[in-house]
Ligand binder design. Structure first.
Ligand code: FE
Length: 359
């Protein structure tokens, strides 16, 4: 099974949440654990760029510190939403209600569902088929454990969850938690058994419960927003998908570039300003140019910024979409409100058989 898993750990700095992408490289079937609402564009772009098919988003629990991106993914790519069924009527809108012993299949791989309550009633640890990885949510953290003092928290139950369901995994099983606040990315069962300051070493249930019940943590700052939103799987109150730009179907790449589809640009040329940043020789060479385009070579753009109209959104164009991406960043730096790069550049434009001019 080596090389048989695509795996990415993603981070949301605002909530210190880890999101995990797992996929079978042969079938391209993917799952996404604990997506974050605000990172939807990033996650979606990565899934597309890797050529994966997202089957399902898996929340480890109903979160109180950030809003899940599950609903957004369902709307965008048709993925299913899965969460524990143990929340009962509290959570609405999920496609699959999971329970202990269930399996989630993606291509040739599976995740095993282990109920690990204690932080909340519906906390799940997802364990990879070969027991090499465990996604522990807010149950076992790196040198820590999720708080047990709100929602349906119960330190005794968490002690049982960790010792029976997680510490029973192989010593070298990697622990991938839902959060870390100190830059630590992963651990192992052996490491946490030995060194976890709350439950490691010689700690017994009395030690653990005594520790957890006296943490004195502040109320989670986003709970009043996050909890109601997560009870509907992250569907916004207005039921609308957030957009990158209000003027057209602009998409953000995983690299952070705003891109727009050539077909849309061809159909909406009157509502955008096309800025070609290639050299004059390329402008009239075999790929041609978009008839309405203004030619300002990238090397001159900084000096000629005043010539770029701010009346309409700018679509920057080059040969392949690389120099135009830099042009959009330069426009942004100079305060231009709306700019996007033509996806695929003139190569893509020609491939789509869209009209070109040559002077
Ligand atoms: Fe949590």
């Amino acid at each position: 099974m080596d090389q048989a898993l695509v795996f990415r750990q993603l981070f949301d700095a605002d909530s210190s949440t880890y999101t995990y992408l797992l996929a079978d490289p042969v079938t391209q079937a993917a799952v996404l654990i604990d997506p974050v609402f605000e990172q939807h564009g990033r996650d979606r772009a990565l899934i597309e760029e890797l050529g994966l098919t997202l089957l399902v988003t898996l929340d480890t629990h109903c979160h109180a510190d950030h809003v899940t991106g599950a609903w957004l993914m369902q709307q965008a790519v048709g993925s299913k939403i899965a969460i524990s069924g143990r929340y009962g009527d509290m959570v609405k809108g999920a496609d699959y209600l999971l329970d202990h012993g269930d399996t989630v299949t993606f291509g040739r791989r599976t995740l095993e569902v282990r109920a690990t309550p204690g932080h909340t009633d519906g906390c799940i640890t997802y364990v990879l088929d070969d027991h090499s990885m465990a996604f522990t949510g807010d149950c076992l953290l790196i040198r820590g454990a999720g708080r047990c003092d709100f929602q349906q928290g119960d330190a005794k139950r968490m002690y049982a969850s960790i010792t029976e369901q997680i510490f029973s995994l192989p010593a070298d099983c990697t622990i991938w938690p839902a959060h870390d606040y100190s830059g630590r990315t992963s651990s192992t069962v052996a490491e946490e058994k030995a060194h976890n300051p709350r439950i490691g070493g010689q700690a017994d249930e009395t030690d653990f419960v005594g520790y957890m019940e006296n943490l004195g943590l502040p109320h989670p700052k986003k709970i009043d927003i996050a909890l109601p939103a997560n009870c509907v799987c992250g569907q916004p109150e207005d039921g609308k998908m957030p957009t990158v730009a209000d003027w057209g179907p602009v998409r953000l790449t995983y690299g952070g570039v705003k891109e727009i589809d050539p077909q849309w640009v061809a159909e909406n040329l009157s509502s955008v300003h096309v800025l070609d940043v290639r050299g004059p020789d390329e402008f009239n060479a075999e790929l041609g140019h978009i008839r309405e385009a203004q030619l300002v070579p990238l090397s001159q753009l900084e000096d000629r910024m005043a010539e770029i109209s701010a009346q309409q959104p700018v679509v920057a164009v080059c040969k392949s979409g690389r120099r135009s991406a830099l042009a959009t960043a330069m426009l942004k730096k100079h305060g231009h409100p709306d700019a996007a790069s033509l996806r695929g550049g003139m190569l893509g434009w020609n491939d789509a058989h869209l009209p070109v001019a040559r002077d």
